[in-house]
Design a protein around this ligand. Sequence first.
Ligand code: CP
Ligand code: NVA
Length: 305
Amino acid sequence: MSENTKHLLKLGDWPAHQITAVLNLADQLKYERKHGIDHPLLRGKTLGMIFQKASTRTRVSFEVGMCQLGGNALFLSSRDLQIGRGEPIEDTARVLSRYLDGIMIRTFAQQEVEDLARYGSIPIINGLTDYAHPCQVLADLMTIREYKGSFSGLKLCFVGDGNNMANSLIVGCIKMGMEVAVACPSNHRPDAALMAWAAENGVFTCSQDVKACIKDADVVYTDVWASMGQEEEAALRRQEFKAFQVNTELMALAKPAAMVLHCLPAHRGEEITQEVLEAHANEIFDQAENRLHAQKAVLVKLMKA
Ligand code: CP
Ligand code: NVA
């Protein structure tokens, strides 16, 4: 994996020490916010936020984060931008680089995010692609460390679709020294190259045997069965993923003090039961809150001169 720390395109680009530095800053910013201390570290700076998919947490945490840091955020729906009418990403990147100090983009193809970084001259942040969701995983790691004290000796079990969340969790957790087990149907496995990297660089397994995967897990993580853009496959996926639901019976196999995380939005009765979600609501909504603190730390690291 080659390093690229000017942007946050995917966690594989960041060395472990950069991830740790952002988590430490996120903890500090959270503490300070709770004690009424705000630093206008990005005064006069503007973040453009391009959305080609829906969002609650990502949009609001970045927009509020920029505001709390003394800067501005512009919500740029692809429906309104010329991108939506076919203006090439390389032109958009060069134009927006002359107005903005950073861009956060949520889109489909990872290549679009990589191209924005290649042709633009300002920091680019991946706010979710079909391949990765690095911002979410920084908040997830922050939450795990908050609850468990450190990453050392922890096992995370991801149950469900080997999609963007699973891909980024594998990288983030392995880089932080955690063991990762992914339980998914054989036709919905995470990215093959990422799994090979994980097996070489840490303790990693991926199988259909959900009971073996979740055994003694410290952290159980799940995500929707049909991601944004896969709505038409929802009915088929409900069949394919039936055995991959995080429910009370499955949770009995994890460690008694296991935490449950979900990036949200959640589909109760599909990937997680109402009972498990509500039993773990504290950590799941702390995780959602931590998007704000983690995003602010990313913004400061990438955009502060
Ligand atoms: N978890 C997450 O990224 O949420 P949104 O889709 O609401 O931004
Ligand atoms: N896998 C989900 C994550 C949402 C935050 C999706 O891409 O829709």
